[in-house]
Design a binder for this molecule. Structure first.
Ligand SMILES: Nc1ncnc2c1ncn2[C@@H]1O[C@H](COP(=O)(O)OP(=O)(O)OP(=O)(O)O)[C@@H](O)[C@H]1O
Ligand SMILES: O=C(O)C(=O)C[C@H](O)[C@H](O)CO
Length: 305
């Protein structure tokens, strides 16, 4: 298991679920994808979530064990089923998600072992979707409050369907040091918060000033990403790939950015790596393809470039 105490602990806090593609299903859930990828990227990726006491939940636990991730912080709910999402495509680059309701990950409990775990975390990634029910929303913010001052708290906004609200987003922005969003989410957020989107620099400045966010990262599919941090803007182009499906590309990007920032890489080098990792995942099916060796090779290449 990738659980050596010397590896930085990276928590994916929120949903672990099944992505259902027609007759096929694969493990998913944005924060779980981040933890899974962080584990492949040299960190101790750990999922904090809740599954049902059912076959789908047991299969997810087996999957995590097989992939060398801890199941110690996957709670099992006696009343609600394991989460599922229907994924549909009109375009492989643009998956559409139908997130089914009343599921176990909506009802996370904040516990003493969780508080201890969060205190040890070097980074945490959370999103908006898992905050749709007050149970998990409160547990998530209790977890965030239990992190240390130097923990890299990353809010990967991930707006899905109708499952967001201005108050939840503002509370999350205030809790985060790094915010990641895509161009569609910039549009929604600008309207919701009354922040300018005509000029992305102004948009970033305003998020930084109003919510105390240190870095804003805007993903742009095959075009790469923009990062606003430390008074600089980094425009890092992508390396186009042949897309199998873009499910989990953004989460892999986030995990890669986190893992290399924890190693002390500069923003631009970490973003270059994250773009390539996101592209690699987009070139494969599902959110959690096994790519450990490919990531390591890429990391060496970019580190030495
Ligand atoms: N077709 C592609 N070619 C090359 N790189 C890609 C491609 N699609 C995605 N990537 C890489 O992955 C990153 C994230 O992709 P994308 O912008 O689609 O994610 P996202 O919208 O943030 O995802 P999500 O909302 O699912 O978290 C991009 O910034 C880019 O670096
Ligand atoms: O967790 C989310 O935000 C989802 O939309 C779940 C997806 O099905 C997918 O695994 C993550 O991008």
């Amino acid at each position: 298991m990738n659980n050596s105490a010397s590896l930085p602990l990276v928590i994916g806090l929120g949903e672990l679920l099944w992505d259902c593609f027609g007759d096929d299903r694969r493990p998913g859930g944005a924060p779980a994808n981040v933890a899974f990828q962080a584990n492949q990227l040299g960190c101790r990726g750990t999922v904090v979530t809740r599954v049902g006491q059912d076959d789908l939940g047991r299969e997810l636990l087996d999957f995590l064990k097989k992939q060398q991730l801890s199941t110690d912080y996957v709670q099992v709910d006696e009343n609600y089923p394991t989460g599922t999402v229907t994924v549909e495509f009109t375009d492989a680059n643009d998956p559409q998600y139908t997130i089914h309701e009343q599921v176990a990950w909506d009802h996370l409990d904040f516990t003493a072992p969780l508080a201890t775990l969060m205190g040890d975390a070097r980074a945490v990634c959370f999103g908006t979707l898992a905050q749709r029910d007050a149970d998990s929303r409160e547990a998530i913010h209790q977890c965030l409050a239990a992190t240390s001052d130097d923990c890299l708290v990353v809010y990967d906004i991930n707006l899905r369907q109708k499952y967001y609200d201005r108050d939840w987003i503002e509370r999350s922005l205030k809790a985060a040091r790094v915010v990641k969003l895509n161009q569609d989410e910039v549009e929604v957020l600008s309207e919701l918060l009354g922040v300018s989107q005509d000029d992305l620099q102004k948009f970033a400045d305003q998020l930084q000033a109003d919510y105390g966010v240190e870095a804003i990262c805007i993903t742009r599919g095959s075009q790469g990403c923009l990062i606003y941090a430390e008074g600089e803007v980094y425009d890092i182009p992508g390396t186009p790939v042949e897309v199998a499906d873009a499910v989990g590309a953004g989460d892999a990007f986030t995990a890669a950015l986190i893992s290399r920032r924890l190693l002390g890489w500069s923003w631009d080098r970490a973003a270059l790596f994250a773009n390539r990792v996101g592209g690699l995942v987009a070139s494969q099916s599902g959110a959690m393809p096994v790519l450990r060796d490919e990531f390591e090779q890429l990391s060496q290449e970019i580190k030495n470039s």
